[in-house]
Design a protein around this ligand. Sequence first.
Ligand code: MG
Length: 235
Amino acid sequence: MKTSKIIAHRGAWKKSGLPQNSIASLLKAQDLGCDGSELDVHLTADNIVVVNHDHDFYGIPIEDSTYTQLCSVKHPNGETIPTLAEFLPHASIPLFLEIKASVIDIQRSLELTAQTVAIVQKSTFSENVHYISFQEEVLSKVLSEDSSATVSLLNGKLTPAQIKANGWQGLDYHFDVLRKNPQWISEARELGLLTNVWTVNDAENMRWFLNAGVDFISTDEPELLIDSCYARCDI
Ligand code: MG
């Protein structure tokens, strides 16, 4: 039986107490043997692509601030907010790179997208980056910047057939969406699309999606999912 790949959501941070989206959380995901690690990016006011989940970094709004202003605070482990350019060289496993929606407007999201793709292409790691977004315009923009890119939709709104028709490579949906529409997993497979599910943090859902044979499971609990995979392999 096919085994799903384990994606550390925002790195491996929860059990180890590391900051989400820090370089340390990426390194921890790699140490654990995860198959990939997810991260989120935003654009600062002075057009630097930075890695963080929320729209603010410890209270400082990212899009309204310069990179220098953001560096006035640090993660509890001493890291400053990573730029995407300094994050990428630390990666030795595939990255699931979420391009966050701008709080300003769609144009700013598309500017973030163009800059992100340019940085990834410069990194020599581009074939190991899988772009994900809630915004359909962003996925199309990624492919217009790099026609060989791999993109998946996060918002749960389109069927596999619609995703295929849009020329995208996969769906990356909330577990509730896929448990309500389990046929989408087999339909996606038949269409040659990749399937990813977020954010699966409990053993029951882990078992369900392992049995369903999705390609990737994104989790805040990679240690638990690794144990679940090994338990299943031992049967
Ligand atoms: Mg994300």
